[in-house]
Ligand binder design. Sequence first.
Ligand SMILES: [Cu+2]
Length: 130
Amino acid sequence: MKTYRTAIIAAAAAILLLVAGCSSGGSTSPSSGTSQPPAASASASASTSADAILIKDFTFMAPASVAPGATVTVTNTDSQAHTVTSDDGASFDVTIQGGATATFTAPSTPGSFAFHCTFHRNMHATLVVK
Ligand SMILES: [Cu+2]
């Protein structure tokens, strides 16, 4: 019991010493000259793959063609979500949220695959696989 109390007193004394030491330190501005810029917007579009569909202003911009089984990246620059849905309802179907990117796998068989957006039935385009 006595040692416990002694320890508390010692701790209190140490804290007092620390506080005193700090306040007598003088200059209290630890601002070093290295101001780190906040994570620069490094959105350098590294994905310059040809296997890409761009959606802008409710319009599909499809590549001339993609290879069978290729991974097709869809970039939606609109604020609304869109889908890339094959008209046959089976070849591919992916939803791309507004301002987001998604991928789907192109059909493994060559051909022309008409597709649409299920949210906006006036959006149509064709994916050529060859
Ligand atoms: Cu749409």
